[in-house]
Design a binder for this molecule. Sequence first.
Ligand SMILES: NC(=O)c1ccc[n+]([C@@H]2O[C@H](COP(=O)([O-])OP(=O)(O)OC[C@H]3O[C@@H](n4cnc5c(N)ncnc54)[C@H](OP(=O)(O)O)[C@@H]3O)[C@@H](O)[C@H]2O)c1
Length: 373
Amino acid sequence: MPHPKNIFLTGATGFIGSHLTSRFLKDGYHVKALARPSKNVSARERVEKVVSAAGVTRFENLHVLEGDISLPHLGLSDAARAEITSSAEEVWHCAASLSFEQQNRAEIFRMNLDGTRHVLDLVKELSGRRLHHVSTAYIAGNRSDVALETEIDVGQSFKNPYEESKCRAEMMIADAHEADAVRASVFRPSIVIGDSKSGRVTHFHGVYAFIRALWTALERLRLRTPQRDFIRLPLRVLGAENQTLNFVPIDYVIDGMVEISRRADSAGGTYHLSNPVPTENRFWLPNICRILRVEGIQLVGDSSFLKSPMTKLESLFQKQMAFYYQYLQGEPRFDCRRALAALKNTGVECPPVTVEFISKMAGWYVDFLDAGI
Ligand SMILES: NC(=O)c1ccc[n+]([C@@H]2O[C@H](COP(=O)([O-])OP(=O)(O)OC[C@H]3O[C@@H](n4cnc5c(N)ncnc54)[C@H](OP(=O)(O)O)[C@@H]3O)[C@@H](O)[C@H]2O)c1
């Protein structure tokens, strides 16, 4: 029987990290996970809870270490560090701040840039010096051309400090790889959504916040008009109908990263785990509205608000959804040929975003909200 792999992983309480941890535990690996406690819950309990939600029932191969990526040495004791460096064969770095507000810029860079530096310091002490880094396709920022997997900084500007910090972190990793200090692979998912088969999701970022904001507004209206099935909610959303959002289901991201990481030639490679066919806004929004049983929501350009000013609800919605509004105006196009080539004949494929797919994804979440869990 082959010796089980030993993994050190950050971000195990997060969306991607919890699914990765679960996958490794199910595959029989030993996982040492760096996590923070919350006010009342220990780091171990927090990790166990999220990996249970992702289907893990046995925890004997899970070891949780309390730490913080923003601290030197990840906030670990010398003994804990030695335990990791003597056993871990590879490090998976998933922890990050997903905040995007300008006012949090310093904090975002402390997490995403300094945090990655602290992880790199640890990786350099491992005998194999192997790192798998989870970045984002949106390091492409405001590029209007096609972003290649071989490119990082081409002088692009960024929509927010999150994109910029993740780009700087990638550049730092590329330098360390170039200097032969580490052997790194970089994965760049696009917008990660629920499981492609069930629609199930465990963390509610991005488009889920968008659905939740609409759902909440509709709940209030339904209290007033309980007998109506479809609700009419005239709401203009600033966005371009023919622009796209690039959705990828969590199972594709996890299967893709694990599969690629097993290839001997993946060290030094960067992979776009993006959807080869991004989804036009004019396609996903009406389908989400159908699931929410609402009509009257439309994507409009700036000129619409010049003609008739924003209503209170519209400006509230725009404020709440500031992050998403940045992306509804358009996103870069991601060339994912290298990832597709690495995944050819492996059975790992990114499903197209069909009506059925959106119904499953949004339907699962709306049922979840309706159930009030
Ligand atoms: N979700 C997406 O759509 C998406 C798309 C592309 C790329 N990504 C990338 O994927 C990675 C994971 O994202 P995610 O969606 O899983 O985010 P997430 O659910 O917000 O999880 C972030 C994780 O990072 C941890 N973390 C944050 N600051 C930390 C610190 N100072 N010390 C230790 N741990 C810390 C969080 O721990 P706590 O629970 O203690 O806060 C959490 O486990 C990130 O690098 C992100 O940039 C995500």
